[in-house]
Design a protein around this ligand. Structure first.
Ligand code: SF4
Length: 218
């Protein structure tokens, strides 16, 4: 049995803002890339957040009804490639069509040329990836699942392709929030000026114990 652990910053069981259809999202903890203007600063340190066995997180994914897959975000999923890969393999043993979308701050070329075998194998197990660092000067709110125009979507299996993007733009909100035990979890690409974030903050204004858990991707 593997002793790999996935260091997880946060999870969401159902999201429409982080990839095709309705999907679970796993934000991993730790990213060394350090894009200026990244709104996920709390996910940067490779400190222990929540260490989870791939077998446990794969069981959690399989227990969620009516989702088409999982999105790995962060943090940087490819800096925990072995544990992410094992999670995917375990899920696909029971659900072979479960789709995988991953965000990475590394360029596609950097990932392709990695000498780390688990990075290469993880690439082979993703259906789709969004790659490249966030560049604040190139910020563009109109992009699908990207924060700046240098970032790219790549299709790595025959499940999804670029002809679906027009439909996804209509179906996928750029921002969403959900009420969790620990506060309101916000995710999306709206940035600091996000209307949804301001609305969520307003909703909990005056409540001492509530907080907005911000989970942006750039
Ligand atoms: S945008 Fe992504 S890659 Fe860049 S610092 Fe933030 S988490 Fe890391």
């Amino acid at each position: 049995m593997s002793d790999l652990l996935l260091n997880v910053s946060a999870t969401m069981s159902r999201s429409r803002a982080n990839g095709p259809g309705v999907r679970a999202v796993i934000w991993v903890q730790g990213c060394t890339i350090g894009c200026l203007g990244c709104y996920s600063a709390s996910t940067h340190p490779h400190r222990v957040a929540s260490l989870v066995k791939p077998s446990d997180i794969s069981e959690w994914l399989l227990s969620i009804p009516n989702i088409e897959g999982v999105t790995f975000s962060g943090g940087e999923p490819f800096e925990q490639s072995a544990a992410v890969l094992e999670t995917i393999k375990l899920v696909r043993m029971k659900s072979p069509t479960f789709t995988v979308f991953a965000f990475s701050g590394y360029s596609y070329l950097e990932l392709l040329s990695s000498t780390d075998r688990s990075v290469t194998e993880l690439l082979h197990n993703c259906d789709m990836i969004s790659t490249g660092p966030f560049v604040a000067q190139l910020r563009d709110k109109s992009l699908l699942w990207r924060g700046s125009s240098n970032q790219e979507l790549h299709y790595l299996s025959n499940v999804y392709d670029s002809s679906m993007e027009e439909q996804w733009i209509l179906e996928s909100p750029t921002e969403e929030y959900s009420v969790q035990h620990e506060g309101i979890q916000f995710t999306g690409f709206g940035g600091k000026s996000s209307k949804v974030l301001r609305m969520a903050t307003g909703l909990i204004g005056g409540q001492k114990d509530a907080k907005v858990l911000r989970k942006y991707r750039a």
